[in-house]
Design a binder for this molecule. Structure first.
Ligand code: DQA
Length: 139
């Protein structure tokens, strides 16, 4: 199974950024652990702070991967373009968030992605990504 993880703006700062919300582990550290935890899965990790690059990557991995785990971060709440891309592609997308976006500011309660996602997992810290992997594995 091939799973692409696509992360949006500021996820490259994980570990340093608001650790009380996002934790103290960098995404690279977590990604190494994830690969060890699921050796049978071929993962791709892509992070960008640029909206168009995220759209390009969603289109690029379509059909060559079994699924996408997407944390579009702040673009979740603003990007019609990323929502349209998720709608347009064939493979399933699981929307994830590290924090519980519904327990935070009201502008984080809107998602341009959720309507086209297979499902949404939020609020479990980095475990949100693991839960998405388990879902793709049918567990
Ligand atoms: C986030 C939640 C977003 O509201 C925020 O802009 C992020 C991260 C999360 O994973 O909890 O950057 O997507």
């Amino acid at each position: 199974m091939k799973i692409a993880i696509i992360n949006g703006p500021n996820i490259n700062l994980l570990g340093k950024r608001e650790p009380e919300i996002y934790g103290e582990v960098s995404f690279d550290q977590f990604f190494t652990q994830l690969q060890e935890e699921y050796p049978s899965i071929q993962f791709l990790h892509f992070q960008s702070n640029i909206e168009g690059e995220i759209i390009d990557k969603l289109q690029e991995v379509d059909e060559s991967y079994d699924g996408i785990i997407l944390n579009a971060a702040a673009y979740t709440h603003t990007s019609v373009g990323i929502g349209d891309a998720v709608k347009a592609i064939e493979i399933p997308v699981i929307e994830v968030h590290i924090s519980n976006v519904w327990a935070r500011e009201s502008f984080r309660h809107t998602s341009y992605i959720s309507a086209y996602a297979k499902g949404v997992i939020a609020g479990f810290g980095l475990q949100s990504y693991e839960l998405a992997v388990e879902s793709f594995m049918g567990k």
